[in-house]
Design a protein around this ligand. Structure first.
Ligand code: RB5
Length: 154
């Protein structure tokens, strides 16, 4: 079964953070580059205080449009940026702070954006969490029925 990790050079990942997630985002981008992934960095681009929706919305739109196959996002707690990303109907953003959570977010929820709490996660655990997200696949079956019920009916 193919995962995002099966063929990194064919995968473009949308990255975004606010100031609190900036340093972790830089580490993750460096790691992803070393693994051969393509990255679109939607900002922020410094530790200057900023507002996470300004970066989350463009990243979410790129995933919704299929310009990026998945995304990785972080703010201090992960909550604000996850709330913003999940306003997009085509996004399933999952807040994860351990590899096991990321694997289940892919396996059960078909999450297409991994969110991490930059102020509450060790950088090495964050990298392991990124790996788990990229190396896991959606299990389908009963989970397909459940995620189909997530969108709000118009
Ligand atoms: C920034 O101080 C902080 O509020 C933000 O990174 C995030 O945790 C919000 O949800």
């Amino acid at each position: 079964m193919t995962t995002f990790a099966s063929n990194p050079s064919e995968i473009t990942l949308a990255l975004c953070s606010d100031h609190a997630g900036y340093e972790l985002k830089c580490r993750v981008i460096e790691y992803l580059g070393s693994k051969g992934y393509k990255v679109r960095d939607f900002g922020t681009h410094s530790v200057d205080s900023c507002d996470y929706p300004d970066f989350a919305h463009p990243a979410a739109t790129a995933v919704e449009r299929g310009e990026c196959q998945a995304g990785i996002a972080m703010c201090g707690t992960g909550n604000g940026i996850a709330m913003t990303l999940n306003k997009h109907a085509g996004v399933r953003a999952a807040l994860c702070w351990a590899p096991e959570l990321a694997a289940l977010a892919r396996g059960h929820n078909n999450a297409n954006i991994l969110v991490m709490p930059a102020r509450f996660i060790d950088p090495q655990v964050a990298i392991a969490t990124v790996d788990a997200f990229l190396e896991s696949n959606f299990e389908g079956g009963r989970h397909e029925r459940r995620i189909a019920k997530i969108p709000v009916k118009q």
